[in-house]
Write a protein of this length. Structure first.
Length: 256
């Protein structure tokens, strides 16, 4: 009879992972809240939190609460780079914005937010102050809506609960609007963000699929409203959708 497999683990690392997961889930936690939520001794929480902060895995805010730090994003971006999504998509983004005033972005979802991992600028005079690692609201951004289209409807409801937090009094309105936008993406293959994030700026996005048909990323074009009038939404949307499909196919996706 084979011997049972031993469960090797390091308690301190287990607690550190639990703390990271809790901060990720709650978004903002202080030491007392982590102690109460996880039933870990306060001194242990203090030591682990300071270690995580020293390595930029979490960051302390002015109110004493901690959020995930850029070190986590560094790991995440390396993961996606190792899976070739950025390398595969980048040439397509360059081609997408060639001889246009548009800016192209590639984004993934993290904690129900759209996070940019790549950017290509066209020939326009205006340069958008977006950077890799920047997080955008799932329900407002073009890439966010495209990413949300891959979530089951029940998870979209859960996502809204995370997005709005306890202070929002009418989350059902936000949910209804996001569900409407998601249905549009599922039907037409592209999303539209019409000055929801910032006045005078529009964005059209499209989902990227893996070999199993799951939405793993999204691409988008961002432009000044004057350069992207509503009359062009459909034509630009189709172009972005076709580019996203080519990226998806290189990731192993088959729309058959």
């Amino acid at each position: 009879m084979a011997k049972p497999k031993k469960d090797y683990s390091v308690p301190a690392i287990e607690k550190a992972i639990t703390i990271l997961n809790c901060i990720s889930r709650k978004e903002r936690m202080n030491i007392n809240e982590l102690h109460t939520e996880l039933n870990i001794p306060k001194t242990t929480v203090f030591v682990i939190v300071n270690t995580l902060e020293r390595h930029s895995l979490i960051e302390k805010q002015e109110d004493g609460k901690y959020i995930l730090g850029h070190g986590v994003l560094y790991w995440g971006m390396n993961y996606y780079q190792q899976n070739d999504i950025k390398q595969i998509a980048h040439p397509h983004l360059i081609k997408l914005v060639a001889e246009t005033p548009f800016t192209a972005h590639l984004a993934i979802m993290a904690n129900y937010k759209a996070v940019y991992i790549d950017k290509c600028e066209g020939d326009g005079f205006v340069r958008f102050a977006t950077i890799a690692g920047q997080a955008l609201p799932l329900h407002l951004s073009g890439v966010g809506k495209a990413l949300a289209s891959g979530l089951p409807d029940k998870e979209i409801t859960a996502a809204i609960d995370v997005i709005v937090g306890p202070s929002e009094t009418r989350p059902e309105l936000m949910l209804d609007k996001l569900m409407e936008d998601v249905q549009f993406v599922r039907q037409h293959g592209y999303s539209i963000e019409d000055e929801q994030m910032e006045e005078g700026i529009r964005c059209i996005g499209a989902p990227v699929f893996d070999e199993n048909g799951r939405v793993i990323a999204a691409i988008s074009l961002t432009a000044l409203s004057k350069d992207l009038p509503a009359i062009k939404f459909q034509a630009i949307g189709e172009t972005i959708k076709e580019t996203a499909l080519r990226i998806s196919q290189e990731m192993g996706y088959s729309n058959r």
